[in-house]
Design a protein around this ligand. Sequence first.
Ligand SMILES: C[S@@+](CC[C@H](N)C(=O)[O-])C[C@H]1O[C@@H](n2cnc3c(N)ncnc32)[C@H](O)[C@@H]1O
Length: 618
Amino acid sequence: MSTASPVPAAPSGTGSHGAAPSGAVPPAPRLTPTTAARLAADLAALPYTTGAVEALLGAMAVSALDREHAEAARAVLAAGVPEADRPLAAMAGAFMLGDPVPAADLAAAVPALGLDGLREAGLLMDAHPGDPEGTVRAACDLSPYDADEPGPMWVASDQTALQRRGPLPAEHVLGVGRASLTLAGAVQRRKVDTALDLGTGCGIQTLHLLAHARHVTATDLAPRCLDYTRFNLLLNADVLGLDRENPGERVELLTGDMLTPVAGRRFDMVVSNPPFVITPRTDPDAPVMVYRDGGREGDRLVAEFISAIPAHLNPGGTAQMLANWEIPAAESGADDGPLASASEGASSTSAGPSSAESWDARPRRWVAEGAAAVSAAEGRDVPVQAWIIQRDLQDAAGYAETWLQDSSLELDPEQYQRRYAQYLADFAARGVRGVGFGHVWLRRPAADGSQAGAWTHTEELTQPIDDAIGGAWAAAVARRDRLAAGRTTDRAEATNHGEGPAGGEGAVVGKGAGTDPALATLRSLHLTVAADVTEERHQRFGAEHPEVILARQGAGFRRTARLDTATAGLLAASDGELTVGQIVGALGALLELDERAQTALLVAVRELYEDGFLVEVG
Ligand SMILES: C[S@@+](CC[C@H](N)C(=O)[O-])C[C@H]1O[C@@H](n2cnc3c(N)ncnc32)[C@H](O)[C@@H]1O
């Protein structure tokens, strides 16, 4: 940690598996307020932006780079670029490809900071043997990063396997990866006072949080990560609205294991892409890749985190994270196991009892443990709300392959085979058949009663969804809140856990829907079909009626709902003029629906409303 840094990182607690830099990686770069301002001015003037790089390299080379292949970009640069583009080519070649570049070109890219300034900031490393005369090399990745909020930035991180041309070291500091973007896009953003970014890495989530949080606490087990975060904060201070002389006013950097550095503290928002990857811990020689391995057995780290987090939330506070969860064979239910259960686009309530219900047993238990823990600590019943989305499901072998390839172990076949076998043995020892991946959202309801009740909603969404799902997700939560005042039971609780008769709708009807205040609220709403929803009918030639009617969302979660005649009729009639209750009454008369069938229709409408097929007018 640089003592000159204006963002102090207070050490607090040591990790269960400290990962001191081994010498395989250079120290993280560092900036002072002055050098940060100079470098930012140079990069802005160049300009070093995603658009400029794409104009230079071409779209094909840039998408190949995104897939960690540099040859197409190298070919463009080797073919020669116009004189005026040489400084930009030097920046991209050095900091995105990890190649030696002409020193004079790189110097021209940073006239204010200069090559000496780059070197002093730790952004350059010694030439490799065989590097051409007069060239220099970057010591890290420094890439432009486009974000609508807070705006375009630059992000420094350790060199990737592509840039290093070799496997990643255990101390690797991750750049902006797919998972970082998935989480950043899923965060339900709102103005908050305090936010926590746990396992900040290069600080990417913190950069986003600063757009809507007055103060952000960023933690990491690895001090090198916090050095990178500090670098990125100072470099992007202008767009972040940070005072370079006093960034500590808005950001605090803490070293330590998981929640240890923030013991006893509460936040309005917690965001984390934690080191959730499951790695066999049987081999003491196996390196702990600190950027992804939590160092615990199986999914213990995620379990501990989910069950501990409610105690760190203010009333109305939310936590969002990415996670893996193990699916034990015993919970996989049907013979075809958990892997047959991921049905594309399936609604959580569309299936009856099947193996699909079981993947969520463990995450649900962790949420319940979190509620119990915070209630015990506070000596009163503290409700916790949770929404857990399983996006992917892999069997044990597929999971092993994914993460062995992630650390480029296929370059070493002997190690690859040994570790593959360890993975299989580790999963077998715990009776694990599959591993789920997805989003976890937790909330401690606000004290004013506007977010009533304790509920856990789980669903599998394996279809492609929007990258930036946060807005659609927040709107879905708001619609649930709208009905929550009167909710007697969560629909997933009712269907997944046998609280009512089998079958989604029957379960809620059995609860006495006539007196369910949530349905009473629903009856009073003026709804219309959301703008992105289209109807799809499948009808045999010559048939009088369609056999299948589907409603499809063109945005957000991109769900598909199968409709019966009554529900399709209700959607067709929902133009916002009549209330839901009026339309149900009219359809009841037209289709001769008895009271039970009308209630079933209302329950289906509730689901379509909560899922965003129907929205309130105005
Ligand atoms: C998957 S990376 C996420 C980085 C970044 N937040 C993002 O969204 O891309 C996980 C981060 O957790 C950190 N980490 C690993 N073990 C940890 C622990 N026990 N406690 C806190 N942070 C830890 C790693 O150093 C790494 O920066």
